[in-house]
Design a protein. Structure first.
Lengths: 166, 381
C-alpha cells in the first residue's frame, strides 16, 4: 500500500516543481529554441534568395560581358574602317596634290619655254642680222631694204621651225 | 506514434519480466539468516569478521534498501552505523510531534515507537487505550521524501540553469553551452518528437510544460536511484506512492480537459448497436480503460525501477551468501556477481531513460487521444 505521508509529500513536491518549471523553466527554453529555429529558417530562406540573386547577377554579368565584347568588335571594325578611309583620303589628296604640282610645273615649263623661245628668237635675229650684215653689207645700201629682207627671212625660218617643232 | 509506443512497451516488458523472475530467486534462497542492511564493502568485512553465527537475511536486506525508512542509513563502519537522522512529523493522539529520527533509537519517544513485525512493520505507531498498535497521521520526512526533495532541487536547478542561460545570452548569436547544451537537446527531443508528435498542435503548447516536467522528474529520480551513496540511493520512482501521484496527474491531465469527442467515444462508441444498447458492453470496457491506462503507467514505472534495484542488490548479496561455501566458490561467485552487477547497472541506466521516456510518451499519447476530436472537426472544415 502506498504510504500516506510519502503520497502527501510527493504531491507537494511534484506540484511545486511543476509550478516552478512551468512558469520559469520550460516555456523560456522552448520559446528560445523556437525563436532560434525560426531565425535559422529565415536565414536559410534569405540565403536561398541570395543564391538566386547571385545566379541572376552571374547571368547579368555574362550578358554584360557579351555586350562589351560585341561593342569592342564593333569599335575595332569601325576603327579599321576609319583608318582605311583616312589612308584612302590621304592617298587621294596626295594624288591631287601631285597632279596640281605637275600641272603647275607644266604651265611654268610652258611659260619658260615661251620666254626662252622669244629670247632665242630675238637672239637669233640679232645674230642673223650681224651675220647677214657682214655677209651682205655691200649688197644692201639702204637700211629700209635691209630690214624688209631680214623680216621676210626670219618669218620664213620660223615657219620652218614651228613646222618642224610640231 | 502509437505503433512506436506499443513496440517500446513490448521491448521493455521482456527485460522487466526476466528481471522480476531473477529478483525472486535470491529472496527465496537466503531466508535463513538475520542481520541488518549495511553497504557492500563494509558488509564484506562484517561478514568476514563475525564468523558462523552472523548470517544474512537477504530478503530484509533487499527490501530494506528499496523500501522507505525514517533515517538515511549510509554505511556501517565496524559496529557503528552511520546514519543521517531525518525529521519525524506525526500527529498522534497527543497532538503534533516533530523530532529527529535518532530519538527513536533509544526506545519509545512520547509514546511513539517503530513497530517490529505485524501490520505496521517498520512504521511509527502508538498504542491506543486497549493496547492495539495504531498508526498516527504520519507526514515524516522519510528517506524517500528527503530523496525526492534532493532530486526535485536537482531538476529545478538543471532546468532553471538552462533557462537562465537563455535569458543571459542572445540565442541568435551563440550556441548553447554548459547546462543549456545538455538540457536543450533533450527538451527539443521530447518536445518535438514526443509531445508535438502525439498531441494536436493547438493544445500541445498547453501540455508541454507538464510532460517535460514529468520526463525530467522521472529521469533524475531514476538516475539518482542508481547512485548507491548518500545524495542518491533513495528508491523514489520504485515506490508506488510516487508513481501513483505521477499517474494521477496524467489521469487528470487527460480527463479534465478532454473534448466532447473523447467522451462520446467512451459512452457511445461507433460499434454495432447490440454491443451498447441492452447491455453497455463497450462503454463499460471503455470506462475501465480510463482508469487502467494511468494504472498501467503507475505499475510499469514502479515495477521496472524496483525490479532493477532488487536485481542489483541480489547480485551483490550472492557474495555474502556464498561466504559459507568456501573461498573457491565464494571467489568465483564474487567475480560473477560483480560482473553481473556492472552489467545490470548499465542496463538500469538504459531503463532509467527508457522508463522516463515511455511514461512521458504514453501520457502524451493519452492526452492526444483526448483531443482527437478537435483535429478531426478541423480537418473536415
Amino acid at each position: 500500500m502506498p504510504d500516506s505521508g510519502l503520497l502527501f509529500w510527493m504531491l507537494v513536491i511534484f506540484i511545486i516543481v511543476l509550478a516552478v518549471l512551468a512558469k520559469w523553466g520550460f516555456p523560456v527554453i522552448t520559446s528560445m529554441v523556437d525563436k532560434r529555429r525560426n531565425y535559422i529558417d529565415e536565414s536559410l530562406k534569405l540565403a536561398k534568395k541570395a543564391d538566386e540573386k547571385m545566379a541572376g547577377l552571374m547571368k547579368e554579368q555574362a550578358r554584360i560581358i557579351g555586350e562589351a565584347r560585341e561593342e569592342q568588335n564593333k569599335i575595332l571594325k569601325e576603327a579599321a574602317e576609319a583608318r582605311n578611309n583616312i589612308i584612302r583620303q590621304a592617298q587621294e589628296q596626295a594624288k591631287d596634290e601631285a597632279a596640281k604640282i605637275l600641272a603647275e610645273a607644266k604651265v611654268r615649263i610652258e611659260a619658260e619655254k615661251e620666254s626662252a623661245i622669244s629670247q632665242i628668237r630675238s637672239q637669233v635675229a640679232l645674230l642673223s642680222v650681224n651675220v647677214a650684215e657682214k655677209v651682205i653689207r655691200k649688197n644692201l645700201s639702204s637700211e629700209q631694204a635691209q630690214k624688209e629682207l631680214i623680216e621676210k627671212m626670219v618669218d620664213e625660218s620660223l615657219k620652218i621651225d614651228s613646222a618642224s617643232g610640231n | 506514434m502509437k505503433r512506436i509506443g506499443k513496440y517500446i512497451i513490448s521491448l521493455i516488458a521482456v527485460p522487466a519480466m526476466s528481471v522480476s523472475v531473477m529478483a525472486a530467486e535470491p529472496a527465496v534462497t537466503g531466508q535463513d539468516t538475520p542481520a541488518d542492511t549495511p553497504e557492500v564493502t563494509e558488509q564484506a568485512e562484517a561478514a568476514a569478521n563475525s564468523s558462523e553465527d552472523s548470517s544474512i537475511d537477504i530478503k530484509s536486506l533487499i527490501f530494506g534498501h528499496i523500501g522507505d525508512a525514517y533515517e538515511w542509513h549510509i554505511t556501517k563502519i565496524g559496529q557503528k552505523d552511520i546514519v543521517i537522522p531525518l525529521p519525524v512529523i506525526v500527529r498522534s493522539s497527543t497532538g503534533w510531534h516533530c523530532f529527529l529520527s535518532s530519538k527513536l533509537e533509544e526506545g519509545p519517544y512520547k509514546g511513539l515507537y517503530c513497530a517490529e513485525g505485524g501490520k505496521y512493520d517498520g512504521k511509527i505507531v502508538e498504542k491506543d487505550a486497549s493496547g492495539n498498535e495504531i498508526r498516527p497521521l504520519d507526514i515524516s520526512i522519510t528517506k524517500n521524501v528527503a530523496g525526492l526533495m534532493i532530486n526535485a532541487v536537482i531538476v529545478v536547478l538543471l532546468i532553471l540553469g538552462c533557462a537562465r542561460w537563455y535569458r543571459k545570452h542572445d540565442v541568435l548569436k551563440e550556441a548553447p553551452k554548459g547546462v543549456a547544451a545538455i538540457i536543450e537537446p533533450v527538451v527539443t527531443f521530447i518536445n518535438d518528437d514526443v509531445i508535438k508528435g502525439s498531441i494536436p498542435a493547438e493544445v500541445s503548447g498547453k501540455y508541454a510544460p507538464y510532460l517535460l516536467t514529468v520526463f525530467f522528474f522521472i529521469l533524475v529520480n531514476n538516475l539518482m536511484g542508481i547512485i548507491p551513496v548518500f545524495p542518491g540511493g533513495a528508491n523514489t520512482t520504485g515506490n508506488i506512492a510516487i508513481t501513483l501521484v505521477l499517474a494521477l496527474c496524467t489521469f487528470l491531465a487527460v480527463n479534465v480537459f478532454a473534448d466532447r469527442h473523447y467522451w462520446k467515444d467512451i459512452f457511445w462508441p461507433e460499434v454495432p448497436w447490440w454491443l451498447k444498447v441492452p447491455l453497455p458492453l463497450i462503454p463499460i470496457t471503455e470506462l475501465f480503460g480510463i482508469f487502467t491506462k494511468p494504472f498501467a503507467l503507475m505499475i510499469r514505472l514502479f515495477a521496472n525501477i524496483m525490479a532493477g534495484h532488487a536485481v542489483i542488490l541480489s547480485f551483490v548479496s550472492i557474495i555474502f551468501i556464498t561466504v559459507k561455501m568456501g573461498p573457491a566458490i565464494n571467489g568465483t561467485m564474487t567475480f560473477v556477481s560483480v560482473f553481473f552487477g556492472i552489467f545490470m547497472d548499465f542496463l538500469e541506466l538504459l531503463v532509467a531513460f527508457i522508463q522516463a521516456y515511455v511514461f512521458t510518451m504514453l501520457s502524451a499519447v493519452f492526452i492526444g487521444l483526448a483531443h482527437e476530436g478537435s483535429t478531426k472537426t478541423e480537418n473536415n472544415k
